[in-house]
Design a protein around this ligand. Sequence first.
Ligand SMILES: Cc1cc2nc3c(=O)[nH]c(=O)nc-3n(C[C@H](O)[C@H](O)[C@H](O)COP(=O)(O)OP(=O)(O)OC[C@H]3O[C@@H](n4cnc5c(N)ncnc54)[C@H](O)[C@@H]3O)c2cc1C
Length: 291
Amino acid sequence: MANTWIVCEDEQIANLISIAKEIGGNVNVLVAGDAQISGADHVIRVPISANVPVEAYAGAISEILAHDVEEGDVVLCVNSATGRVLAGAIAATLDAPVLTGVKEISAGSATRLRFGGIVKEEVAFSSGVVAVIDGTGEAGSDGANAVDKSVEPYSATVSSVDASEGKKVNLASARRIVAAGRGFAKEEDLDIARDLAQALEAELGCSRPLAEGAGWLDRDAYVGISGQHVSPDIYVAIGISGQIQHTAGMVDSKTVIAINNDDKAVIFEKADYGIVGDLYTVLPELTQALK
Ligand SMILES: Cc1cc2nc3c(=O)[nH]c(=O)nc-3n(C[C@H](O)[C@H](O)[C@H](O)COP(=O)(O)OP(=O)(O)OC[C@H]3O[C@@H](n4cnc5c(N)ncnc54)[C@H](O)[C@@H]3O)c2cc1C
């Protein structure tokens, strides 16, 4: 029976633990760093030195797995920038195929989304595989069964960090998200989105132009194919047109509410509820009604 190996940096792997349990066999976790993980049969912790990027340990982590992973085992890596780097290195070392954009996986097959979510692909495999998949949700943290394995990284040191001052958002685990788009004319207008987010107890997210172009919100705050993949209970898209690059990151939301003054905006095709109207009129009224 295939065992599963989960490779991660923190406890946000609840989805991966439940997938591993469905696959059957042992659930093994290799965590880069000192996160305490529960719900696994075995945990290997690889201590990460201060100011050394986790990616510098990709070779050493791959070697650990090459020693312990058996023929036919499934390796799950978290769908993050670091997770994708580790997946590539591990797959190369194990001489195994690597699958990105995976939504579901079992011992011999996987379903993955391609081209920003517009194509669903079924992949069958008869040997081991490395899959990149969303970790979503905290797996608990009793730290049971953990064994530390110290390894040497490649030489790489973070020599300076220039962090933006904005509040850090954790959209991946948010249950409610209010997302703002280019329908907002000025940065200060985002206050009415913040008011709605507060009334809904939601995190504030955005489309890419507000983060990467305008710089009104942190880069961690934008949703989409090159941003965050989110799956909240409620996603409110305000002044967002619904381009595929954006919707690829939010299609797993349970309930989508779109507010747009263009009744032909494609975001309405993804929405469970739509309000056609000027956001500057709709938002204050909605917030007031929620209070
Ligand atoms: C390689 C690549 C990767 C990309 N990755 C991402 C990604 O990860 N995430 C992402 O978001 N984008 C991404 N993009 C950009 C994407 O293609 C779109 O350009 C972007 O999503 C559009 O953002 P928007 O919907 O906020 O703006 P727009 O498309 O300009 O839409 C603004 C919307 O606001 C509405 N509006 C205007 N005024 C009002 C008002 N007063 N009241 C109500 N509604 C109003 C308009 O009707 C319109 O529908 C990517 C693009 C490329 C090429």
